[in-house]
Design a protein around this ligand. Structure first.
Ligand code: GDP
Ligand code: IMO
Ligand code: MG
Length: 422
């Protein structure tokens, strides 16, 4: 068996949580491989909405193994909140959720450093979710991180040494007032450490490879999106992990030749939260309409998402980097009431037309659009491709013809059931 990967091709929030939940019945094992509680993955079924931050989106289906891989960064306090709220709903994950000993911890001081760093950047801030992601990955790469496996021995000692480094930075470099916030957060954070101890802490790379060898099917659930990748996204306005297919190899310990299908998810339009360039952004009433109809507010921070038309130049680039084998188009229903739909098929960079993604998405990049007719009919309730309005089928065919990858799933609403396979 191989490991299939599902990832966002845009700036995150494409609907990964929903689709992983829909696909989970076909898999034995669901894994997260990067990111942390900056992610907010929404699932809806039986009129209940769940937002997951650290836990893989397979946990609502019976008889599945869910694994948090080595590439993920975990905030114990947020993890505990997630676990407790799921327990209240009757989902006890102690047997079904396994955690890599090599996953790194987000310390309370990482959150404070995130806040201090963003404050120091002023107008140039990244627009981070302030969950401590950047500082935690910085310590990982700088070989100063603490891992889940560290909880098992001399933890207080190791913790204190790291916190000392961080508070020195906060005091002497950032002049950041942290004491009260640190005291408050440490309390729930250490409670979270106790929660984590109740789970099976594993060498996930060995476990996953053995599961694959024994014929189990595995899906790797990406967080964020390709345009937020630390190497290939709109740097520096990115997150601090590899959100791309290759990230599943390093974030799970799975060799490249073990990767099977790559599902690439995109919205039928584009959104972005936080700062950074966004060529097809609409700052007008059309952008506002996309936000209102699509309920485009962050699942983690509640911030309004910036909205714009679909960008095929960026999408084609993401497909190239990720090796996408099938596409999944989300939120088609949000476009139900537009007379015409614009799609960016080229960029004009310094006066030259190009379909290649440039080094920098700065003010010199101008999107060039092609216009397609809207369908002006509600898609909610459509359950089969046979009932697609002609204009929707044309919209999908247009996208496929430009990207040379088939669109296999079209999502027409947030609920599990509002998902159409082609
Ligand atoms: P993720 O981070 O990629 O999992 O995506 P989010 O959960 O942050 O954001 C996607 C939002 O769109 C959530 O509120 C979903 O409930 C919602 N959603 C997902 N698919 C659809 C769809 O096809 N139509 C509509 N209208 N909403 C959707
Ligand atoms: P999911 O998994 C959308 C954005 C932040 C900010 C930048 C860096 O739900 O798709 P960070 O907190 O990582 O330092 O923030 O990345 N960002 C996301 N945007 N969806 C996400 O996750 C995101 N995770 C981070 O808004 O611009
Ligand atoms: Mg999200």
């Amino acid at each position: 068996m191989k490991v299939d990967v599902l990832l966002g091709l845009q700036w995150g929030d494409e609907g990964k949580g929903k689709v992983v939940d829909v696909l989970t019945p076909r898999y034995d094992v669901i894994t997260r491989f990067q990111g942390g509680p900056n992610a907010g993955h929404t699932l809806e079924f039986n009129n209940i909405k769940h937002v997951l931050h650290t836990i893989p989106s397979g946990i609502f289906r019976a008889d599945k193994i869910n694994i948090i891989g080595n590439g993920v960064v975990i905030d114990p306090s947020i993890f505990k909140t997630e676990i407790d709220s799921l327990l209240k709903l009757g989902f006890d994950l102690k047997k079904t959720l396994l955690i890599s000993k090599k996953a790194h911890l987000i310390l309370p001081t990482h959150r404070l450093l995130d806040a201090a760093s963003e404050a120091a950047k002023g107008a140039d801030k990244i627009g981070s979710t302030l969950k401590g992601i950047g500082p935690a990955y910085r310590d990982k790469i700088g070989r100063d991180g603490l891992r889940i496996g560290d909880i098992l021995s001399n933890f207080e000692e190791k913790y204190k040494a790291r916190v000392k480094q961080h508070t020195d930075l906060l005091t002497n470099y950032y002049h950041f007032d942290y004491e009260e916030a640190l005291r408050d957060y440490e309390k729930t954070w250490f409670e979270g450490i106790e929660t984590i101890k109740q789970f099976q802490l594993i060498d996930s790379e060995t476990v996953i490879n053995k599961l694959v060898e024994s014929g189990k099917s595995v899906i790797a659930e990406g967080a964020q999106g390709t345009m937020l990748d630390i190497d290939f996204g709109s740097y520096p306005f990115v997150t601090s992990s590899n959100t791309i297919t290759a990230g599943a190899c390093t974030g799970l310990g799975v060799a490249p030749n073990k990767i099977g299908k790559v599902y690439g998810i995109f919205k039928a339009y584009c959104t972005r939260v936080g700062s950074g360039p966004f060529p097809t952004e609409l700052l007008d009433a059309t952008g506002q309409k996309l936000r209102d109809v699509g309920h485009e507010f962050g699942s983690t921070t509640g911030r309004p998402r910036r909205c714009g038309w679909l960008d095929l130049v960026a999408l084609k680039y993401a497909i190239m980097i990720d090796g996408v084998t099938e596409l999944i188009m989300m939120k088609a229903d949000v476009l139900d009431d537009f007379d015409s739909i614009e799609v960016c098929t080229k960029y004009k960079v310094d006066g030259q037309l190009t379909e290649d993604f440039p080094y920098e998405l700065d003010g010199n990049v101008e999107p060039v659009y092609e216009s397609l007719p809207g369908w002006k009919k509600p898609l909610t309730g459509v359950t089969s491709e046979k009932n697609f309005p002609k204009e929707l089928s044309e919209y999908i065919q247009f996208i496929e013809s430009k990207l040379n990858v088939p669109v296999r799933i079209v999502s027409v609403g947030p609920d599990r059931s509002q998902t159409i396979e082609r």
